[in-house]
Design a binder for this molecule. Structure first.
Ligand code: ADP
Ligand code: MG
Length: 316
């Protein structure tokens, strides 16, 4: 059987099942944006690992090393934020081909440092090796939060309203621009330098009316399904309400937006939107609601259900 038949999530599931005989105790592992490790009875550490591989996640000639350093860190800080946690530290492992120059490596470190400094997150370790051909960057990020403020994927409930923290599809449109030679467009800049919603995630974590949360890395059509499957609920999404500056299809299937996707108690959501607006100067955008039913997204246009063939990025 080819790996493409198993798929990325099939392989993760195989790993999860193989390890089900070893107790995790009170720790929670595979399935959320971060693992959760209780520490003092009231707080937990959250831990995520994310890898970026040349020619899969980035092209060496299209990405400046400085921005690559920022982006690889941003994807990890985004996973910490999506749990409602504050980042504590990161670990950086890099494998570099021998033909990479010292200035390239210095610029990468400068970029990684600049985003670390913006959020005051120290680098505590990692690993450095040579690589036969491609650049590989693997980052582990650790965060911390009070146990009752940590947000998961399995806690969405029927009646919840669904929100996102910003416009969707900008990064995917940026990637199209880059491929078509418009490397200096506004969207290309967003694709190369996404802003992780670190403060927003922490703030949303502290709000009890927020039930489930994750970050959008593979596109809404693929990512929302993880919340639905974990919570055993369905979703109705109003396509006209998806905030986007590009096509709805790119907004829904495009990856790497690193916005937060959350569900909130229906009655309390108006207050949440108001408070969020006062705090951050922009509105949470409501895109639909959680309903009871088997895990599936019901896409609606002007109230009518449509059946598009949408999916997010596939590795295998
Ligand atoms: P994200 O996009 O939020 O980083 P992923 O889709 O990469 O999440 O992973 C989904 C879940 O599967 C996460 O909980 C992650 O820790 C887990 N996971 C992914 N790859 C592996 C692996 N090789 N071994 C164990 N767990 C994994
Ligand atoms: Mg994630």
């Amino acid at each position: 059987m080819l790996l493409s038949q198993l798929g990325e999530f099939g392989l993760i599931d195989l790993i999860r099942k193989r390890f089900s005989d070893i107790s995790t105790g009170r720790m929670q592992g595979i399935g959320d944006d971060c693992a959760v490790i209780p520490c003092d009875g009231k707080h937990s550490l959250v831990v995520t690992a994310d890898m970026s591989v040349e020619d899969i996640h980035f092209l060496r000639d299209a990405a400046s090393p400085y921005l690559l350093g920022r982006k690889t860190l941003a994807t990890n800080l985004s996973d910490v934020a999506s749990m409602g946690a504050a980042p504590v530290a990161t670990f950086l492992s890099i494998a570099l081909p021998r033909d990479i120059s010292a200035p390239w490596a210095e610029a990468f470190v400068e970029g990684y440092h600049s985003l670390s400094a913006e959020f005051g997150v120290p680098l505590l370790g990692g690993d450095t090796t040579s690589s036969p051909d491609k650049i590989v960057v693997s980052i582990t990020a650790v965060g911390r939060a009070a146990d009752d403020t940590i947000k998961y994927r399995h806690t969405a409930r029927p009646g919840d309203r669904i929100f996102v923290t910003g416009t969707l599809g900008d990064s995917a449109r940026g990637l199209l621009d880059i491929r078509q030679g418009r490397t200096d467009s506004e969207f290309a800049a967003i694709h190369h330098d996404p802003v992780p919603r670190v403060r927003e995630g922490r703030w949303l974590g502290l709000r009890p009316e927020v039930h489930a949360m994750m970050d959008l890395s593979d596109g809404l059509a693929s990512d929302l399904v993880h919340i639905l499957e974990a919570s055993d609920v369905a979703a109705e999404i109003e396509l006209e309400n998806i905030p986007t500056r590009t096509s709805v299809e790119l907004a829904v299937t495009g990856g790497e937006d690193y916005e937060l996707l959350l569900t909130a108690e229906g009655d309390a959501a108006d207050g949440l939107v108001r408070a969020y607006g006062e705090q951050f100067g922009i509105l949470l955008r409501e895109i639909g609601r959680i309903a009871s039913g088997s895990p599936a997204i019901h896409w609606k246009r002007q109230g009518q259900e449509i059946a598009p063939d949408w999916h997010g990025f596939r590795h295998f």
